[in-house]
Design a protein around this ligand. Structure first.
Ligand SMILES: NC(=O)C1=CN([C@@H]2O[C@H](COP(=O)(O)OP(=O)(O)OC[C@H]3O[C@@H](n4cnc5c(N)ncnc54)[C@H](O)[C@@H]3O)[C@@H](O)[C@H]2O)[C@@H](O)CC1
Ligand SMILES: [K+]
Length: 223
């Protein structure tokens, strides 16, 4: 197994890949989102008529959820993207780019807002598959609303839950919980294991590492 890394090391590797090697962040996000979609396609041989709900935050973890949803749209599924926030809160260029694409897709239902409305709760409750794209390596401090209620709603649902990078609420470095945490059936993490993911499977389920095309040379000077 390759050596696990901290979230800070991951950001430095990403920055080297983007700025030094020209492997742009939007390409990394494309590979991450495609990896998530591919994982679901292989896990569920028949996706037709499955209700997939991607619950997304406003950072790049959410952006991975937008990309995964776009890839899954070709499989005859019913996909809903829930953005917990406003599109104007999307922080990075790559998340905004991918939001701009799914906004134009009739095959994806989009719901957004800063509160966990009954409509959002109902979509989560009725889902067969949930992509947990609320927080990844950018998580800091206690969980605020509407995220705390969204985590509760995901944990209450009977859906298969795939955590994108880390379960939301899980500290990628220590494996500790930020008050509450998505309890995932499986986790797909990117580039390398994060150190916290080696600390027990209660919240993560089995962890799959997806290579997202960052050249190994980007690790130079970091590891
Ligand atoms: N590092 C990399 O090389 C790559 C990262 N990608 C994805 O990007 C993620 C990291 O993205 P970001 O750095 O944008 O961070 P995240 O998307 O993990 O989270 C950041 C967002 O959550 C908010 N937030 C953080 N803690 C909170 C709390 N306790 N309560 C409420 N809001 C909180 C922040 O204000 C921010 O809006 C990774 O986990 C991964 O999924 C991928 O797109 C591919 C490449
Ligand atoms: K997540």
């Amino acid at each position: 197994m390759k050596k696990p890394i901290t979230s800070d090391q991951m950001y430095r590797i990403e920055e080297n890949g983007h700025s030094v090697l020209g492997m742009r962040r939007f390409l990394m996000m494309e590979n991450a989102g495609h990896g998530v979609a591919d994982f679901i396609v292989h896990k569920f041989k028949r996706l037709k008529n499955k209700r997939i709900v991607a619950v997304c935050g406003t950072g790049n973890n959410g952006g991975d959820g937008f990309v995964a949803s776009r890839h899954l749209a070709g499989h005859g599924t019913k996909i809903t993207v829930i953005l917990l926030g406003s599109p104007s809160d999307l922080r990075s260029e790559e998340a905004r780019l991918n939001w701009g694409i799914i906004e134009k897709m009739n095959s994806i239902e989009i719901i957004f807002g800063k509160e966990l409305t009954d409509e959002i709760k109902s979509r989560i409750a009725k889902a067969n598959i949930i992509l947990d794209s609320i927080f990844g390596t950018g998580i800091k401090g206690g969980i605020r609303e509407p995220y705390a209620s969204a985590i509760d709603a995901i944990n209450k649902s009977k859906a298969y839950v795939l955590a994108v990078d880390v379960p939301s609420g899980f500290d990628p470095n220590t494996g500790q919980i930020h008050e509450k945490c998505v309890r995932a059936d499986a986790t797909i993490t990117f580039h390398r294991l994060k150190t916290g993911l080696t600390k027990g499977k209660k919240y993560t389920g089995p962890v799959h590492v997806e290579w997202i095309g960052i050249p190994p040379e980007a690790e130079s000077g970091v590891l």
